[in-house]
Design a protein around this ligand. Structure first.
Ligand code: BES
Ligand code: MN
Ligand code: MN
Length: 460
């Protein structure tokens, strides 16, 4: 491995430059104005794959943004690793809070600042760069490699599932590797073995056909803003439990072993609050913050608008109110079932004085890995070599909805090797990626390919 690692070290600066070029492409998937940038980003990824010796590449058009597929399958005797990642990024607003512009990557204090730096362009590139290192030094790869890189992860992966279903045989793999999560903390590498699912809905409450004078009409006429606030407030009780009937029916409870293991992780409650700028924590009673984020379902209001929000005062009874609400789900909650329960609940409590519309925007299944699988043991060894420390095992509160589909279709274990950090501002202003972790990530990827190749040889 010395020559491969040596090549990675020697090429750090060029790897950084290439990541910067990638980050200059504003591939914001949710914004129709960036449709052409999505294609540009897909083309950039293909160039990177080809330069890494992944010769069979194609850009697969979809009704949404293209999927990039690349493979190099040299020998049926080698095990096959499928790498998944996403080249789309989140919107950048509020723009004025960025220290340097989001699509002008800038290095400060060993961190690269740009939208998508850690979520997920920098992380996905680690695997392409480790493949390149093998190809350039040995002329071959220790495993067969397949890459599925999509442009719609941040908007719910609507068109990826169809591609996976239509290509199950072509995508056959012994393991799926994804780097789109974070280390537990700086200097504490981890393997992520669980993700939460998601159900995302919108509630529109309409009262009178137009805004009204609140003095002339306030009283008899229901106020949609108030009705919506009451509906939302009634969704949780004073213990932080969600009150929607049957919401918890399918929840898999935490095991005693998990609770014990997580209690031993270096979590500092005061530092956590200070970092976030909050004076106290709440959430579901009886669970620690890590348990609440990793293994308990939650309900959040993502956005709420109604009435007069300008400067000064205006006496008005608004005609409409709208809320975006998401619920993070855990195994074995079903997002469609939860969306239905949510809608039924809203309808059951909404007064006749308003009209209520509920839309199901998107969703995804939670996922938890089989911890006993040898691929995870190999991953832990690879992380130990790449980071010089044994990883801890953790779950994440976020979602990568397609992971459950990979597990279902490919019947192969998924390994989540996170190289980001929890405080790198994903989805927020000043997103950044620690360059030390970028390089350690590339090395960990290389060790994983090498060790997984050897393990495959031993097994056959
Ligand atoms: N990389 C994240 C998933 C993630 C979030 C991992 C937090 C670890 C911690 C991914 O890009 C993401 O943002 N997912 C969305 C999914 C949604 C848009 C369907 C999420 O979790 O909100
Ligand atoms: Mn991501
Ligand atoms: Mn994201």
């Amino acid at each position: 491995m010395n020559e491969v690692i040596g090549y990675i070290v020697k090429n750090h600066d060029r790897y950084l430059e290439e990541l910067e070029s990638f980050l200059r492409i504003p591939s914001i998937s949710t914004d129709p104005e960036h449709k052409a940038d999505m294609v540009k980003a897909a083309e950039f990824v293909v160039e990177q794959l080809r330069a890494a010796g992944i010769q069979d590449c194609e850009i697969v058009p979809t009704e949404g943004h293209p999927i990039v597929y690349g493979e190099r399958v040299d020998s049926p005797d080698k095990p096959t690793v499928l790498v998944y990642g996403h080249y789309d990024v989140q919107p950048v607003d509020p723009l004025d809070l960025w220290t340097t512009p989001p699509f002008e990557p800038t290095v400060r204090n060993g961190k690269l600042f740009a939208r998508g730096a850690s979520d997920d362009k920098g992380q996905l590139l680690t695997h392409i760069k480790s493949a390149e290192a093998f190809n350039k030094t040995r002329g071959s790869l220790p495993v067969n490699l397949k890459f599925v890189l999509e442009g719609e992860e941040e908007i719910g992966s609507a068109h990826l599932e169809g591609f996976l279903r239509e290509n199950v045989e072509r995508l056959a793999a012994d393991t799926v590797v994804i780097s789109d999560t974070a280390l537990f903390a700086e200097g504490v590498p981890s393997i992520c073995y669980g993700l939460r699912g998601l159900a995302y809905l919108q509630i529109d409450v309409t009262g009178p056909k137009a805004d009204l004078h609140s003095g002339s009409f306030g009283g008899p006429v229901a106020n949609p803003a108030f009705v919506l606030a009451e509906i939302l407030a009634s969704m949780k009780d004073s213990n932080g439990r969600i009150t929607i009937p049957h919401f918890y029916d399918d929840v898999v409870e935490l095991t005693v072993e998990e609770r014990k293991a997580w209690a031993g992780l270096p979590f500092d409650r005061d530092a956590y609050m200070a970092e976030l700028g909050v004076d106290d924590l709440n959430g579901e009673a009886g669970f620690t913050p890590l348990e609440q984020v990793w293994a308990r379902p939650t309900l959040e209001v993502n956005g709420l608008v109604s009435g007069f929000t300008g400067k000064g005062a205006k006496t008005v009874l608004p005609s409409k109110a709208m809320a975006k609400v998401s619920m993070r789900l855990v195994p074995n909650q079903d997002p469609d079932k939860i969306a239905k329960l949510f809608e039924e609940y809203v309808r059951s409590v909404a007064p006749k004085s308003v009209h209520v519309q509920v839309q199901d925007l998107h969703g995804g299944q939670a996922w938890v890995a089989d911890l006993s699988h040898p691929a995870l043991v190999t991953a832990a060894e690879a992380i130990e070599k790449g980071f010089g420390k044994r990883p801890v095992f953790q779950r994440e509160g976020g979602s990568i909805p397609i992971v459950a589909t990979f597990t279902e279709l490919l019947k192969a274990p998924t390994v989540l090797l996170g190289f980001g950090l929890p405080d790198e501002n994903a989805h927020a202003p000043n997103e950044n990626f620690d360059l030390g972790n970028f390089y350690r990530g590339i090395q960990s990827s290389a060790y994983f390919f090498e060790l997984f190749g050897e393990a495959g040889k031993r097994a056959s």
